[in-house]
Structures are given as C-alpha cells and as structure tokens.
Ligand binder design. Structure first.
Ligand SMILES: [Zn+2]
Length: 513
C-alpha cells in the first residue's frame, strides 16, 4: 500500500550522516565528481477495477521543483549532486492508461538523456504498477532507463514492500532496497539505504551482486503488517542480516495480490559483494517466509459488514474505527462505494462519521447549495456504477473546503445522525488532520469509518478499538475467490502447493558469481 505521507515528514534522523553504515565511503578522499540522476514513478494498481488512472490523477515534480521536494532533501547531503528528472506519484487505483504511461516514460527518459553521461541513477519505484495492455510495467520502466544510461551506469532503486519483482527488474538493476515496515514509516530510511549503496559502490568501483528468491506466496497487506506476527519477526531480522560483511542490503517484499500478473509473488532480495553469503541469506529468508505462510492473519477482529457494525454498536467504547477494507483507495480501491453508509442507515446507527466517499456530482451539488442548505443527494457509485449502488438521502451541508485545496473540493454533509465526508478526487482519510481540517473531531464520534486496511499510526492510536469489515470492492480481502488468469501457482490460491526456495542472480552481477 502507498500512503500520501510519502511526501511528508522528512525526519532529522533520515538526514543524519549518510554513508555511516559503510565507514569510510569515499567522503574523505578526493573522489572524482560523479554524475547522478534520480526520478521515477509510484503507483499501486488493482487490475480488479475497470477505472483507468489517467494523467490528471498523477502529481508530477520536474527538474528544480523535484530537487526541492522536502522528501528528497537527504540527497543533498551526498558529496555530489543528484540531478532531478521527473517523479510521478498517484493515489493507488486502476491500471494506468497506456498513453499516460507512455507519455510519462518518454518525458522521464528525455530528462535522463539530457543528463548523460551518468555514473549513477536512483529510481524511486513502488513495484505494483500495472499499465493497460502490459505486463510488468515497472520492469519496462527500469529496462528503458537502463537502455538510456548504458551498461556502465550503476542503477539503484527503492521499492514499496508491496511491490513485486521480475527477471526484467532484477536483470536491469544493480541494487535495490525495499521498505521494511507496513504501515510505511521508513520511507526516508529506505531512500537512504538505496542511495548510500549507490554512492558507496560508485566511490569504490564496486559492481555489486544481486540475488533474488521469488516466493510463491501472496498476502494482502492487511495480513502482513509488520505490527503483527509473523511479519514482525520476518522483517525484524533484516537489520542484523544487513550488518553481515559482504551484504549491502537485505530486503523482503510481500508483493501485491490485487494485480493478476505473472510477476506477482513475494520476494527476498539481497545486494552485496559476497555472493555465497547473499545466496545463503536469500534462501534462508525465502524458506522462513514459506514456512510462515499459514500464520499470516489479520491483526484485528474482522467480519462481514453487518456483523462488524453490530459489534461496534454493542461496544461501550469510542471511537470504534471500522476499516472499509474492500474499497481502500490506498490499496487500489475505487473509493466511491457507499455500502457502509447504506448499512448504517438501515440499522439506524447515529453518531457516526464516514471518511470518505469520492463523489464529484454530490460534492458539486453541495457547493451549489451552500453551507446550511438541505438537499436530496445520491451518494456513491459514480466512478464504477456497475460495481455498487448509490444511496439516496436528504442531507444538510455542514462544511465546504476552500476551492484551492490541492486535494480538490470536499464537502461534509449530515444525514440521520451520520456525517459523510465527500470528495471530488479519490483520497484517503488516514490521519486525524484529514478529519479536523474538514471541521470534524473523530474522537467525538461513536463510530469512525475509514476506507482502509490496517490503520495508519495516528488513527490507530485513537481507535478504541479497530474492527475490519471485509467489504466488497476492487481490493476485496477474500483473495482466494478473485479471478486468476495470469498469476503463477502460489499460496493461498493453490493451498497444497509444494515448493523449495531457489535463487536467481542478476544478469548485471559480476560473472565470477
Ligand atoms: Zn505499500
């Protein structure tokens, strides 16, 4: 899963002392100035929604604007400049429209070309991008970058741990580093690991070895949060593994379950200079992951929507935070479903807030009516009218956001004791500020509904408790029943699958490996 906070919260720790892990990295010697560029594309795409992600849904940073992004300020602490190219980032959704992808890729490659010759390139990736009519789009982006920079340039990448790898990705990179936490609280640290490695290898003339073990297991993020076992112990061992001599990076990826593509698996991947050690550690991680496959469970109580609402109402605590997991926009959900609103109304539940539902027509109607007006509204099912039904209500407009909000227009309405936050653009409500900025205090409600899987730290802190509704949608948690045409045999789709770990060595690795 990707979170909007990717763009926020550059910590002092992340800025501290790059390259400290590698000791004398070349900072102290008269290293020849190197030419390095960075850029990339981050999106996570469910192939179970027909709604394509188009250009207007991407946030783009180019040139100096990208170089000035607070998130990438740590790149300025290296001994030579990292030249910005293009970085594209979108809320997860359906597959990227083919012409949008081609346009973004062409601009990225043009910008890289203009900076040649390059000694290094840092690619900021997610690993779960799907593109209309294409398999392994991340691999296509990376292979195209390799073609432009040539064989002598070192190529590093950072990945979301919900990304999937492929032969094409592995064979075109020299090194990679993936997040080690879900929720992702180590984005800056991952960027630092990926770039420390690059600078270290450039300064010391190292062409590292990369060893990959694809693991035929696919779990939704909700069953593999590093808050809970077995993910906590599997990912928890990576820092110690990373400290082994000859290891530059140890990464473990869950993969992405809602894309029906051949590359979708979990992965263990190690980068370093000691091929024997890397193979041993990759095989160990892969075997441990395989052995733990039946342990992955939801970390919070789950159930069908009606049962979860019944349970929430019966509790004496508040706010009970209900995750509407099937329509989670940060996993690729459409974000337009009103199923939970319908169920709350049906059960005459009061003192609840829904954050939120993407519905441009209803939002526009609220702006036309103005704060204080009461109007009839059809809420929901505007983006994918085939997948769900709207709910008809009479609602009072309580709040309208300023029109210049980069998240677009947002309206809060109240109907029968339920506050509904509606937006014209798809967006998550994963932070307390997301509610307070629209005039609502989530701690005051009996029930808070968020379109999410596992909760981000802030909302998790106020949840008393969190219950997960296994709702319908493009990221339905009932994964064994989703359509499966391209995926290779994997657990839990083939529950009796037999498997032994093996490793693939990157084609870029020195031949002696
Ligand atoms: Zn993720």
């Amino acid at each position: 899963m990707k979170r909007r906070t990717f763009l926020r919260n550059t910590t002092l720790a992340a800025l501290a002392s790059p390259l400290a892990r590698f000791g004398n990295s070349g900072l102290g010697r008269a290293a020849e100035p190197k030419r390095v560029a960075f850029g990339g594309i981050i999106i996570e795409c469910s192939t179970y929604t027909p709604i394509l992600t188009r250009m207007e849904e991407f946030h783009l940073w180019r040139g100096r604007q990208l170089g000035d992004m607070p998130f990438f300020s740590q790149l300025k602490t290296y001994p030579y400049p990292f030249h910005p190219t293009l970085f594209a980032n979108a809320v997860p959704g359906g597959p990227v429209e083919a012409k949008t992808y081609q346009k973004l890729k062409a601009e990225f490659l043009e910008r890289v070309k203009a900076l040649l010759p390059l000694d290094g390139l840092y690619l900021v990736m997610h690993g779960a991008m799907s593109v209309e009519g294409m398999q392994d789009a991340d691999g296509d982006w990376i292979a195209s970058a390799r073609e432009v920079v040539g064989k002598d340039c070192l190529l590093t990448a950072s990945f979301d741990l919900h990304g999937s790898l492929s032969h094409r990705i592995i064979d075109n990179l020299d090194m990679l580093s993936a997040y080690r936490t879900a929720p992702h609280i180590d984005r800056e640290a991952t960027t630092q690991r990926a770039c420390d490695m690059l600078v270290h290898c450039m300064d010391h003339g190292i062409r590292p070895t990369m060893v990959w073990s694809p693991i035929p297991v696919l779990m939704p993020g909700e069953r593999s949060s590093t808050r809970y076992q077995p993910a906590k112990r599997l990912w928890g061992q990576l820092p110690a593994m990373n400290a082994h001599p000859g290891v530059l990076d140890a990464s473990l990826l869950v993969g992405y379950v809602w894309a029906d593509e051949t590359k979708c698996t979990a992965s263990a991947v190690l980068t370093g200079t000691d091929p024997a050690r890397l193979k041993k550690d990759a095989l160990s991680l892969a075997q441990q992951y395989w052995n733990a496959r039946k342990e992955f469970q939801f970390g919070v109580p789950t159930g069908p929507l009606n049962e979860i609402i019944e349970k929430a109402v019966s509790l004496s605590t508040h706010p009970v935070v209900i995750s509407d997991s099937g329509d989670n926009p940060t996993a690729g959900g459409t974000d337009d479903r009103a199923d939970v609103l319908a169920e709350l109304l049906k059960r005459h539940v009061r003192n609840a807030v829904i954050g939120g539902i993407c519905d441009q027509p209803a939002t526009d109607a609220c702006y036309r009516a103005g704060v204080g007006a009461t109007l009839p509204l059809n809420i929901g099912a505007t983006l994918d009218p085939q997948a769900s039904k709207p709910v008809h209500v009479k609602a009072k407009v309580r709040f309208l956001s300023h029109g210049d909000d980069p998240l677009g227009r947002q309206a809060v309405v109240e109907t029968e004791g339920i506050s509904v936050m509606m937006t014209e653009r798809r967006r998550p409500f994963h932070h307390v500020h997301d509610f307070t900025s629209l005039g609502l205090d989530p701690t005051k409600f009996k029930i808070v509904v968020v379109k999410a899987g596992y909760l981000e730290p802030e909302i998790n802190k106020i949840a008393n408790p969190n219950l997960m509704a296994l709702t319908e949608g493009a990221v339905n948690q009932d994964i064994v029943n989703i359509a499966n045409k391209h995926r290779i045999p994997s657990y839990p789709f083939q529950p009796d699958l037999k498997w032994k770990p093996f490793v693939v060595v990157s084609a870029r690795s020195p031949k002696k490996t």
